[in-house]
Design a protein around this ligand. Structure first.
Ligand code: ATP
Ligand code: MG
Length: 308
């Protein structure tokens, strides 16, 4: 079983319009609304791969009720913490000319009491799971000490925890030394303080992370694949060439694949290959953080890796 934590879940609402005009009135051709947030995306992809997943996180108001209903429909076990504020809705206006306009709400402010209530849920569920994934940005009221406490609790129980976040929060949680992190190209720049140009820079970053106590540092580079440091060796994983529909959520799908692999007892390189296959499969769907098992199985056969 995979335990996921989404500190700031969202309703991702997409309006499809012909031509968006500033100040205009629009009647959308189509509208979709799905539960989102990185941890929820991970739980959905893990479930699509046939694994049991539990979703923890802060939800509130009628938006929170919608998120809970969607999670139940996906056959994910929900153990959300109710908060007094209203969960956020992120609006995307997708225009037929290819423009994408976004309005991103910040979501509720969580209180100390609500944070402690989530920690209690975490304590209860961590014992039952094989691996934990905590991902995404933090709501107002929580700072990086939130992730650090999850890391501390996971370690105290001997559980592996993957934390996937960005910006200042990512830099902070590196010191907490989770089992795995997977910065992408932008996040890698934040860690190194400069743009990685070649293999040597990537190896340098992996070693920095490993020496800080991160057992499995991984760097994902979209179509350029991924790198990892595993048992004193640098590995490079190659992405199959695909024509992409929508790559948003490939990182979440990657984390889900790795977590599923680890919970099934795969070797680490095999688990990362499953992550690569899931990340690649996600690019073939319009939905964010969505795969089919058939496609993941097909891509898995095509993932190659080498020691570099
Ligand atoms: N264009 C692509 N072609 C093939 N594989 C891809 C592509 N984009 C992503 N992937 C797969 O997904 C993995 C993760 O992608 P990426 O490095 O873009 O994550 P990310 O930036 O964290 O994504 P996000 O934060 O939007 O979920 C890659 O290592 C690769 O396996
Ligand atoms: Mg990412």
């Amino acid at each position: 079983m995979i335990l996921t934590v989404t500190a700031n879940p969202t309703i991702d609402k997409v309006y499809f319009v012909d031509e968006l005009k500033l100040g205009g009135v629009h009647r959308p051709i189509n509208t979709t609304a799905t539960a989102g947030g990185k941890g929820i995306n991970i739980a959905r992809v893990a479930t699509l791969l046939g694994e049991e997943a539990v979703a923890l996180g802060f939800i509130g108001g009628s938006a929170g009720d919608f998120i809970r209903e969607q999670i139940i429909k996906l056959n994910i076990t929900e153990a959300f913490t109710n908060v007094s504020g209203e969960s956020r809705t992120n609006f995307n206006i997708s225009d037929s000319r290819g423009f994408s306009t976004e309005l991103l709400e910040s979501g509720p402010t969580v209180t100390k009491k609500e944070i402690n209530a989530l920690f209690e849920q975490f304590e209860a569920y961590a014992d039952k799971c094989d691996i934990i994934c905590a991902a995404g940005s933090l709501p107002k009221g929580a700072d990086s000490s939130f992730y650090k406490e999850l890391i501390r609790m996971a370690k105290a129980k001997g559980k592996r925890i993957i934390v996937d976040t960005s910006g200042a929060t990512l830099l902070d949680i590196i010191d907490g030394a989770p089992f795995m992190i997977k910065p992408n190209r932008d996040e890698l720049r934040d860690i190194l303080g400069f743009e990685a140009k070649d293999d040597a820079d990537i190896k340098k970053a992996l070693l920095i992370l490993y020496n800080k106590g991160i057992a499995l540092p991984v760097i994902t580079l979209g179509e350029d694949g991924a790198y990892a440091y595993i048992e004193d060796k640098f590995y490079r994983f190659l992405s199959p060439a695909v024509s992409v529909k929508n790559a948003v959520g490939s990182g979440d799908s990657f984390v889900a694949g790795v977590a599923v692999g680890i919970s099934r007892g795969f070797t680490i390189p095999k688990a990362i290959a499953l992550g690569m296959a899931a990340g690649t499969a996600n690019t073939q769907f319009d939905e964010t953080g969505y795969v089919s098992k058939e496609l993941v199985d097909r891509f898995l056969k095509e993932i190659k890796y080498e020691i570099v």
